[in-house]
Design a protein around this ligand. Structure first.
Ligand code: LLP
Length: 419
């Protein structure tokens, strides 16, 4: 669900003209629609209403505290992959006992923190991690709630950088190893076995690989059940894609129905870890055209947002639609929309048909997931501000970074000389 539309030629997010936001808060600016996030979360929750389930929003997709608070208020749980993300969930009022801790390389400090804060479950990804967690649990005198992340060896047919369920990926424990390990876990007093988990990749636009992964998990659960080992939960991970361009991802209703159908009559709780599907379409990045420039056969629109603000085009050659804040009637040309960073890979979109003038405002769409969270300070550029829109209301949910913040953690060179 796209949160934007044109009213009399002016681009709006919900009821707010984006031009007003750009003037009020400056550019580049991330803008999120509370309504779009709410609608997506509710659609998924509704589709699963016949089934005991826990939606654990993947915090890595967009970790702004106000986004986390909105999801907390809807009743969401969370999926975190670091101490930083767990801390954010707590700061936003989210419940650790509805939070799963995933990730392939949790440190000792992170495992301790997870146990101390009382997370719902730790998704363990290797025998080495299990050994470490067992030691920590014994020290704390507390049984660690665990799920085993298995690798179902399913091809998610997505970008190789974001495919995670194949045998050769670094993620999870091979299915064949999982069964004996789960038997051991069941009888080890240092652990409270919760269940099994997987996550096969991201931006998946076909239900089949997800169905295959769930089948694989359910078969494993049934084999364990036959040996008297009952699981409390089965976690299918995240991964459902959105429409950036011509993709035709399943609706969340269809996704939820597929899961419910396969799960019908089972005793376990279904856990999900969606990120992009809940917040991806809810965000735009507003950026203003600084200069227009024609060089040999190409036309460049140099805008004030760059690869440090939105990395996906440079990193994955990802497509994001770029919309004018006010539709112009003039002749449209093909423009490369590029940023001020000193790299040729610094583009937001190539060969976009637009009628442009310097000073125009543009909106890069579908950046609610993996947008701000992947921003950096490369070229010593302060990261953008973030705004949350709800109906006709808007509010700043992260201030634009100041220049001083860029080096606030660095040691004053004069002080260093004195040491
Ligand atoms: N659970 C686990 C264990 C994950 O690793 C991920 C994402 C998710 C859930 C959420 O997946 P989603 O529903 O958002 O697909 N930066 C990339 C995406 C990386 C996703 C990594 N893992 C991008 O910009 O496309």
């Amino acid at each position: 669900m796209k949160p934007w539309h044109y009213v009399a030629g002016e681009l709006h997010i919900e009821q707010v003209p984006v031009a007003d936001l750009a003037i009020r808060y400056g550019t580049p600016l991330y803008v999120y629609s509370a309504h779009a996030i709410t609608a997506r979360w509710r659609e998924l929750d509704q589709a699963l209403s016949g089934q005991r389930h826990l939606i654990c929003y993947a915090v890595k997709a967009n970790s702004n505290l106000s986004v986390l608070r909105l999801l907390t208020d809807l009743g969401s749980g969370f999926d975190v992959v670091s101490m930083g993300e767990l801390d954010r969930v707590i700061a936003a009022g989210g419940r650790p006992d509805r939070t799963v801790f995933s990730g392939v390389g949790k440190s000792t400090a992170e495992l301790r923190y997870a146990l101390k804060t009382g997370v719902h479950c730790i998704d363990v990804e290797s025998i080495a991690e299990l050994t470490r967690l067992g030691e920590i649990a014994a020290q704390l005198g507390q049984a660690a709630p665990v799920a085993l992340r298995v690798n179902p060896d399913v091809d998610a047919a997505t970008h190789p950088y974001i495919s995670t369920g194949l045998r050769d990926n670094k993620f999870g424990i091979p299915l064949a190893q999982a069964e004996p390990l789960l038997r051991e876990l069941q009888s080890d007093p240092r652990f409270a076995l919760k269940g099994i988990a997987c996550h096969i990749g991201s931006q998946i636009t076909d239900l089949q690989p997800l169905r295959d992964a769930l089948t694989s998990l359910l078969d494993l659960a049934d084999r364990l059940g036959a040996q008297g080992i009952g699981l409390e939960q089965i976690d299918i991970g995240g991964g459902i894609g959105i429409r950036y361009r011509e993709e035709t991802p399943p609706s969340l209703t269809d996704y939820g129905r597929m899961l419910s159908d396969q799960f019908a009559g089972r005793p376990e709780t279904l856990v999900l870890e969606p990120g992009r599907a809940l917040v991806g379409e809810a965000g735009v990045l507003l950026t203003r055209v600084e200069y227009l420039k024609t060089q040999s056969a190409r036309r460049f629109a140099i805008v004030d947002a760059a690869m440090n603000d939105l990395l996906r085009p440079a990193l994955y050659q990802a497509h994001h639609d770029i919309l004018p804040a006010r539709a112009r009637t003039g002749e449209a040309d093909l423009w490369d929309i590029v940023g001020p960073v000193c790299e040729s890979g610094d583009f937001l979109g190539l060969a976009r048909r637009l009628a442009l003038q310097a000073g125009d405002l543009l909106a890069v769409s579908d950046v609610g997931a993996y947008g701000f969270v992947m921003a950096s300070n490369y070229n010593s550029r302060p990261r953008p501000a973030e705004v949350l829109v709800s109906g006709a209301q808007h509010r700043l949910v992260r201030r634009r970074e100041s220049l001083e913040a860029l080096y606030a953690a660095e040691i004053d060179p004069e002080e260093g000389d004195r040491r």
